[in-house]
Ligand binder design. Structure first.
Ligand SMILES: [Zn+2]
Length: 306
């Protein structure tokens, strides 16, 4: 790893992270990400270029607007730092190669989607659908290297042009996108039937189409399964926390017996959870981020176990 290039990648990541913060705030609000320039969300005062330096400005101003002193979310700092680290990690993992550009793009989009979903429960089309297009284009430049292209030529005779790795890679990306989208669409329909509320929306469907185009079928299925497990654990943990809190409140405030308080709190916690918006995009995006770096290693290890 070249230290100068590594530093340059980190700095580039910080700059992209700064732009990503603009996207996270503006895209769900239907605003342009280009014009006007950055402004304080409270007093609308334009942010000067010297107050727009990634990480440093936030630390120097101690998370406050220079004009109105209102609080600026630490998310700005966190997203910049994470994007910087992402770019550095991609360079360290994939080297000075086109693959680094591809995985920086995917990671950038995933970070944007994770934070937008956490803040607004929305996954903007401008991130997911643009990402899907990028993923398919990148499949022609960096091999997706998935099962489908290895299995298909043996089963059916493909026309001569498709023996090029680029077409096979595109096929891998397309299959990944279709499988990812259909899986989430199906899971969403089952969830809706089982719980009577929408758990996964079209945003998640498009998110997994994007991940599929970048990573292919195998890692997409891995992402869906691991993401569902992470989401379920989070759901159980939240339900338990709400239940305990409400039991405690009923016992101290209403002086109910322990048994009665637990029973009533369980009922009310379940009703509250039914309307709790599960941030599935956060879990799917988070696991896809891990799969980007370690998914193939994990799958190889897993096949060896079988
Ligand atoms: Zn302000």
């Amino acid at each position: 790893m070249d230290p100068v290039l590594a530093l340059a990648m980190f700095a580039l990541g910080l700059a992209f992270g700064s732009f990503l913060n603009v996207c996270i705030y503006r895209l769900p609000r239907g605003m342009s990400t280009i014009a006007p320039g950055s402004a304080c969300p409270q007093c609308k005062a334009p942010i000067r270029f010297y107050d727009n330096v990634p990480i440093l400005s936030w630390l120097i101003l101690r998370g406050r607007c220079r004009n109105c002193r209102s609080w600026i979310s630490p998310r700005y700092l966190v997203v910049e730092l994470l994007t910087g680290l992402l770019f550095l990690a991609c360079y360290q993992h994939f080297g000075f190669a086109l693959a680094t550009v591809k995985y920086c793009t995917l990671g950038f989009l995933l970070l944007g989607l994770i934070f937008t979903d956490a803040e607004t429960q929305l996954l903007p089309d401008k991130m997911t659908l643009t990402g899907l297009a990028f993923g398919l284009v990148f499949s022609l430049l960096v091999p997706v290297n998935d099962l489908v292209s290895q299995l298909l030529p043996g089963m059916i005779s493909l026309p001569a042009f498709s023996t090029s790795w680029r077409w096979l890679s595109l096929l891998d990306g397309l299959t990944g996108a279709v499988v990812g989208a259909s899986f989430i669409y199906g899971a969403g329909a089952i969830y809706l039937r089982a719980r009577g509320v929408e758990g996964m929306g079209f945003g998640d469907v498009k998110l997994m189409a994007m991940v599929g185009a970048f990573l292919g079928v195998r890692l997409t299925i891995f992402t869906i399964f691991a993401g569902s497990i992470a989401g379920s654990l989070f759901g159980v943990w939240t339900l338990t926390a709400v239940w305990f809190k409400r039991t405690h409140r009923r016992m101290t405030r209403n002086h109910e017996s322990g048994r009665e308080a637990r029973r009533r709190a369980w009922g009310s916690a379940n009703i509250a959870m039914r309307h709790f918006p599960m941030p599935f995009g956060v879990f799917l995006g988070g696991v896809a981020m891990i799969a980007l770096f370690f998914g193939n290693q994990f799958l190889r290890w897993y096949w060896r176990l079988l």
